[in-house]
Write a protein that binds this ligand. Sequence first.
Ligand code: HEC
Length: 167
Amino acid sequence: MAPRGAHWPAPKRRRLVRRVAVVVAAAFLVACSGGFVPGLGELMSLQQMRHAKLWFAGRDQNWPLADYELDELQEGFDDVVKFHPTHKDAPLPLSEVVPKIMGKPIGDLRAAIRAHEPRAFVASYDALTAGCNACHQATNFGFNVVRRPPGALWYGNQSFPPPAAGD
Ligand code: HEC
């Protein structure tokens, strides 16, 4: 039996293979060249994760982990401003709203974490959460309310207390 495609002359088959290779390479280049822009909803879902982990780390006084999660949260907001400087429902550009609302609570949290201060951590964490909700209201997204996570059932695969010496 003749092999599949044998009715195509070889040069034509080679041309087709070359064309497919060029299309695949072009798609790869577009994907690698920063063509991908994460949606605001995607960025926010990551912020939700960091917000939860930050709470567990601070609650369990794992200060290096809390510091790390706060860095990630800050970087997430940097991405919000970079990729979505404006939003259709926001009265002011997000590039202004984000630093205005989140700047102080993030600074206070940083200070509490660096000072290993559990009470200041809780107060500034609650102020941060109020900031998240204030921005949701300002962007007509007030039906989306965030809060302190009530338990560590999410992310149960991660240990939040500081590892014991020698671990
Ligand atoms: C710039 C103002 C702003 C700030 C600050 C902000 N959000 Fe959002 N958030 C939004 C907007 C706008 C959306 C809707 C995005 C969309 O889907 O287009 C959103 C969506 C969300 C969602 C829904 C995502 C989903 O797909 O289910 C969560 C969860 C969320 N934010 C958590 C947070 C947390 C936690 C913080 C604070 C650490 C925060 N947000 C701070 C504006 C903000």
